[in-house]
Design a protein around this ligand. Structure first.
Ligand SMILES: *Cc1c(COP(=O)(O)O)cnc(C)c1O
Length: 392
């Protein structure tokens, strides 16, 4: 089992990176090291470097090593939530007086953290449509913009930003590019290989994949940046616990096969919705009519498991559809094996209502799971029945 050569294939890395059989017992699965502290052999005599689980824990190390390998980075860090990961990155990179560019349709929690928390600590921001590179060029303040924050595909509009183009714009101005890679997962998109400096994840979503854990991660290529992040991770302490790390690690092993099915099911559902009389616009980067389709095809392996669509009959029909599905569960979050449906304007994005990040009220978002796709299609058809004429 012990591999001298680094494994190359994504599926192999997902199952083996950081996950050698336990040296003491031979346990094939990385144990849950549910221990806060570690015995020392004489003062300072640490075994394998472990002393206290905020600083490092072997189960977390296994996850961090695996995530770094999957994203083709050098340093991975696991946090107690995606927002904790975002916070650690922002506070490591930004100082009072600095400026950050964020997407006009950023994840609501990212917007809230930057606009309502970090703003009070002197970090300024501009939210802008990242698909408009000229606008980004104008908004970047050389020497002051520290970070360009990119999300692609975005939530819930599924817009696509060009990672290669944004990285050169950011670097020309002396800024770093970070990509929230939650929607794509490293199986579909590897931002560090496209010029990004840091990758952020909510491991709550596809990486965990089973809707049973909240977690976050950062991966970077530059070891110095990695060391600074590691310092803040330990200093502020929002670390992933051993059991949560283990759950994500278990999820990651099946990420490639799950993603393939998520993508196939989403492709079929997007096609069904596109011809449905009740449906207005379908937002899915795999559609050739999607504005970001060509860029998505260039930088992603496939188009992901998220599909958003509007109802011709308007916001009330959108709310009604969300209440009528039987297999699609009405719930926030995404990226688990089970299909979810939600109404962003009144659920996940209620906090950005009235802000520049507000989403259309007639929009419905699907996280397409890995159930039998015929059952999913039938469920949507019955939920949309009679909603085309606004009489719902
Ligand atoms: C869920 C999510 C987050 C936040 O992650 P948490 O684990 O909920 O803190 C950040 N970005 C995106 C794109 C998300 O979907």
């Amino acid at each position: 089992m012990h591999m001298e050569q680094p494994a190359e294939g994504f599926e192999t890395i997902a199952i083996h990176a950081g996950q050698e059989p336990d040296p003491v017992t031979g346990a094939v699965v990385t144990p849950i090291h549910q221990s806060s502290t570690f015995a020392q052999d004489g003062v300072g005599g640490l075994r394998s470097g472990y002393e206290y689980s905020r600083s490092a824990n072997p189960t977390r190390t296994a996850l961090e090593t695996c995530l770094a390998a999957l994203e083709r980075g050098t340093v991975g860090l696991a946090f107690s939530s995606g927002m904790a990961a975002a916070d650690a990155l922002l506070r490591t990179v930004c100082r009072p007086g600095d400026h950050v560019i964020i997407p006009a349709d950023a994840y609501g929690g990212t917007y809230r953290l930057i606009a309502r928390v970090l703003a009070d600590w002197g970090v300024d921001h501009t939210s802008i449509d990242l698909t408009d590179l000229d606008a980004v060029r104008v908004a970047i303040r050389p020497g002051t913009t520290r970070l360009v924050w990119c999300e692609t595909p975005t939530n819930p509009m599924l817009s696509i930003a060009d990672i290669v183009a944004l990285s050169s714009l950011a670097h020309d101005a002396g800024a770093l590019l970070t990509v929230d890679n939650t929607f794509a997962s490293p199986y579909l998109q590897q931002p560090l290989t496209l010029g990004a400096d840091a990758v952020v994840h909510s491991t709550t979503k596809y990486l965990g994949g089973h809707s049973d854990v909240v977690g976050g991660a950062l991966v970077v290529g530059d070891p110095d940046l990695g060391a600074r992040l590691r310092f803040l991770q330990n200093a502020a302490g929002a670390v992933a616990g051993p059991f949560d790390s283990w759950l994500v690690l278990r999820g990651v092993k099946t990420l490639p096969v799950r993603m393939d099915r998520h993508c196939d099911n989403a492709r079929r559902i997007a096609a069904e919705l596109a011809t449905h009389p009740a449906v207005g616009a379908v937002r899915y980067p795999g559609s050739t009519g999607h504005a970001g389709h060509d860029i998505a095809a260039k930088q992603m392996r496939d188009f992901g498991g998220m599909v958003s669509f509007t109802l011709r009959a308007g916001p009330q029909a959108a709310v009604a559809a969300c209440g009528r599905t039987r297999l699609f569960t009405l719930a926030e979050s995404l990226g688990g094996v089970e299909s979810l449906i939600e109404h962003p304007a009144s659920m996940t994005h209620a906090s950005v209502e009235g802000s520049p990040l507000a989403v259309p009220a007639d929009l419905v978002r699907l996280s397409v799971g890995i159930e039998s796709v015929d059952d999913l299609v039938a469920d949507l058809h019955q939920a949309l029945r009679g909603l085309s004429d606004g009489s719902a």
